[in-house]
Design a protein around this ligand. Structure first.
Ligand SMILES: Cc1cc2nc3c(=O)[nH]c(=O)nc-3n(C[C@H](O)[C@H](O)[C@H](O)COP(=O)(O)O)c2cc1C
Length: 227
């Protein structure tokens, strides 16, 4: 499978979330060979969308001449778009959001009703794409934290989208937390293998992945230096 990872963490290879993403991909590789490309969004020249809509009216040509042209080609070549990012202010980091805004050339102005809502009709064929969000965050709580980012992702990529959210993610870069992070990364790899095999993750496993690794109060006390 051709996997395009959009790494939205400005910490690039040192990202807490990428530790989770790498474990997920290693699980996918246990099932079958995978062709993985990683784009660190912070490194790319991506102008902001100006909202002119000319791309949606003229067959997908954007007014900007920057790295997005190549990125759109790479998205269209892929089977899986894997967005790996930390929660920033309850959403995605700005460099990844700028990239997502600039995928507008893939759609036309025309809209159609799908279920209860409207979607733009594509002007490129990306029907084979599946979408996966892997998201870390600094707080110990998943509720009242991941919901905006997860809802945005599901609305953007309604079909074939899977969302994995893991709280307390700075622990993945703390060697002293290995006693809880190593088993969690093993579970993540198990989910990756399952996803490669079946296209989904069992709800029980997903719930385990998304739970805090240590009790919330203990995590907060460690961060606050009160233990
Ligand atoms: C600008 C900014 C905003 C953040 N907003 C949130 C937030 O809303 N909720 C949260 O739990 N953590 C928040 N965090 C913490 C990061 O999600 C956390 O440090 C994460 O582990 C960083 O992951 P990374 O290493 O993959 O970049 C924020 C961090 C920054 C720098």
């Amino acid at each position: 499978m051709k996997i395009l990872v959009l790494n939205g963490s400005p910490k690039k290879g040192k990202s807490d979330t990428m530790k989770i993403t790498n474990a997920f991909i290693s699980g996918m590789k246990e099932f079958a060979d995978q062709d993985v490309q990683i784009i660190n969004t912070i490194d790319k020249h991506i102008e902001y969308c100006t909202g002119c809509f000319s791309c949606m009216r003229n067959g997908g040509i954007c007014i900007h001449d920057d790295d997005m042209k190549e990125i759109l080609d790479r998205i269209l070549e892929s089977d899986l778009l894997l967005c790996s990012f930390p929660v920033y202010c309850y959403g995605m980091p700005a460099s990844l959001k700028a990239l997502i805004d600039r995928t507008l050339p893939l759609s036309s102005m025309a809209m159609q009703k799908v279920g209860d809502r409207y979607e733009h009709i594509g002007q490129a064929d990306f029907s084979k794409l599946r979408y996966l969000m892997i998201c870390g965050c600094g707080f110990p709580n998943s509720e009242y934290n991941f919901e905006p980012a997860a809802a945005q992702f599901r609305l953007l990529f309604a079909d074939n989208s899977t969302v994995v959210t893991i709280p307390e993610s700075p622990m993945f870069n703390a060697p002293e937390a290995a006693v809880v992070t190593v088993p969690r990364l093993e579970l993540v790899a198990k989910a990756g293998k399952q996803y490669a095999e079946t296209g989904s993750i069992e709800p029980e496993l997903l719930e385990q992945l998304c739970s805090p690794m240590i009790p919330e109060e203990q995590y907060a006390a460690i961060v606050n230096g009160t233990v």
